[in-house]
Design a binder for this molecule. Structure first.
Ligand SMILES: CC(C)[C@H](C(=O)O)[C@@H](O)C(=O)O
Ligand code: SF4
Length: 466
């Protein structure tokens, strides 16, 4: 009998072009996604080496990191981004690569690609970006790679990879009311640590994942990068097939049915062996928020910030003290009640339609606190249009929030926009590193619901109690 395999092993084996020895394989890449930073740089480097793109029809590009998100923007509104955007336009047009430009499907690459049906179960996906793992929520095997590896993929449509270790995290229980996929993944990162998934491809499984909408699965896989995982993925199921049917790049008619039959066989075999196999009951997870400068420094919203004086490990204690000093917080004090000045609802972690609905449900009929600047940045033009069609933009603008154009925006502050020094921002993004949202800016990672509630209250509040 054939050896039982994990889902990642099945996809991996279907894509091996050559065994390179020493645990390395050369893999075929089904889709290569390019953005305005690494994508444009890789195309430039390729041209400089006199090489051409092997399969332009398998490459798809969009400008997201450095574009302006100001309403009414053009390609030159962002002074930092203008050159990068033009570079991506020129290079993709010269290479014959399809560019989803402004007013033509633009968005954060990890938001627009799944919604267009560009990511299908069983595909291998490469992108010069660490959050490529988001796409594992679609049942794809992903590779977040560096610019030089992007050049390799452009030239050969293959990628050299070392065979990974496999980890499964089975999420058991039933989520409490008001607890979102973002809370679950922040909780998991807090519990397992920011190196908890290191060297592994993480498969999320179990009843909580099965009950989760596709958008939520994308959020879960997105933050696997913050657990150090090489990739994350979720077995495709009827919920995903229903999501995929009819999307622009999804197969249609009989081809779709045939694809579904193939996709059903991707799930890990019953007896498949994982190097690490965890089962975690998430029934008691509460809305969760980060307090520090690393995504593992999180706390349930009704709990006090951990006190470094109670930490016995000296290195950890020092890291906690340093984080608290940067964040302007004190250990042992309840996090709820901390005044905030900024809110950012956006990023590839949480800028899909369901995220905007989650935030709008809290904001509707209320107004942001006078001292708070609150931005809503939809993940893609398609999300923006869908949200506007159901009036969500008005819900936000009536409440004093800014309704912006799609892009990475304040998640990484690479387009010139930034949270001011010393300002405290509740952000639905995925990284809270020192200076991530601007020099001296203080970031608290949270769900759209927690961020929206904080904007209204002008302080971090327990959404369970608003
Ligand atoms: C700029 C890009 C290469 C980077 C990444 O790799 O993730 C960015 O998207 C981020 O989130 O920090
Ligand atoms: S939204 Fe943030 S995390 Fe996602 S790709 Fe852009 S910069 Fe990276």
């Amino acid at each position: 009998m054939a050896k039982p395999k994990t889902m990642a092993e099945k996809i991996w084996e279907q894509h091996v072009v050559r065994d390179l020895g020493d645990g390395w394989d050369l893999l075929h890449i089904d889709r290569h996604l390019l953005h305005d930073l690494t994508g444009a740089a890789a195309l430039k480097a390729l041209a400089q080496r006199g090489l051409t793109v092997r399969n332009p029809e398998l490459c798809f590009a969009t400008p997201d990191h450095a574009v302006s998100t100001l309403p009414g923007r053009t390609a030159t509104t962002s002074a930092v981004g203008a050159g990068l955007h033009q570079g991506l336009r020129d290079a993709t047009s010269a290479a014959g690569i399809r560019l989803f430009d402004f007013d033509a499907g633009q968005g954060i690459v990890h938001v627009m690609a799944p919604e267009l049906g560009l990511i299908l179960p069983g595909f291998t996906i490469a992108c010069g970006d660490s959050h490529t793992c988001t796409n594992g929520g679609m049942g794809a095997l992903t590779f977040g790679i560096g610019t030089s590896e992007c050049v390799h993929v452009l030239a050969t449509q293959t990628l050299r990879q070392r065979r990974p270790k496999m980890m499964r995290i089975t999420l058991d229980g039933t989520l409490a009311r008001g607890v979102t996929p973002k809370d679950v993944i922040l909780h998991l990162i807090g519990r397992l640590g920011s190196a908890g998934g290191k060297g592994h491809i993480v498969e999320f499984a179990g009843p909580v994942v099965r009950a989760m909408e596709v958008d939520g699965r994308l959020t879960l896989c997105n933050l696997a990068a913050e657990m150090g995982a090489r990739a994350a993925l979720i077995a495709p199921d009827d919920r995903l097939f229903a999501y995929l049917e009819g999307r622009s790049f999804t197969p249609h008619g009989a081809a779709f049915d045939a694809a579904v039959a193939q996709w059903r066989r991707l799930a890990s075999d019953e007896d498949a062996r994982f190097d690490v196999d965890l089962t975690i009951d998430v029934g008691d997870v509460r809305p969760t928020i980060s307090w520090g400068t690393n995504p593992e420094q999180v706390v349930a919203i009704d709990q006090p910030i951990p006190d470094p004086r109670h930490e016995s490990d000296a290195a950890r204690r020092a890291a906690m003290e340093e984080a608290l000093a940067y964040m302007g917080l004190e250990g042992g004090v309840r996090i709820a009640g901390t005044p905030i000045q900024w809110v950012f609802i956006g990023s590839c972690a949480n800028s899909r339609l369901s995220d905007l609905r989650e935030a709008a449900a809290i904001v509707r009929g209320k107004h942001a606190a006078a001292h708070v600047t609150a931005w809503v940045v939809p993940g893609s033009e398609a999300v923006r249009r869908a949200a506007e069609a159901e009036g969500l933009d008005r819900v936000f603008t009536d409440a004093g929030f800014q309704w912006r154009e799609p892009g990475c925006s304040l998640c990484v502050a690479a387009n010139g926009d930034r949270v001011p020094r010393g300002a405290r921002c509740v952000s639905t993004s995925n990284r809270n590193f020192v200076g991530r949202q601007g020099p001296g800016a203080r970031t608290h990672l949270a769900s759209p619901a927690v961020a929206a509630a904080a904007a209204i209250a002008g302080a971090i509040v327990d959404v369970g109690r608003t």
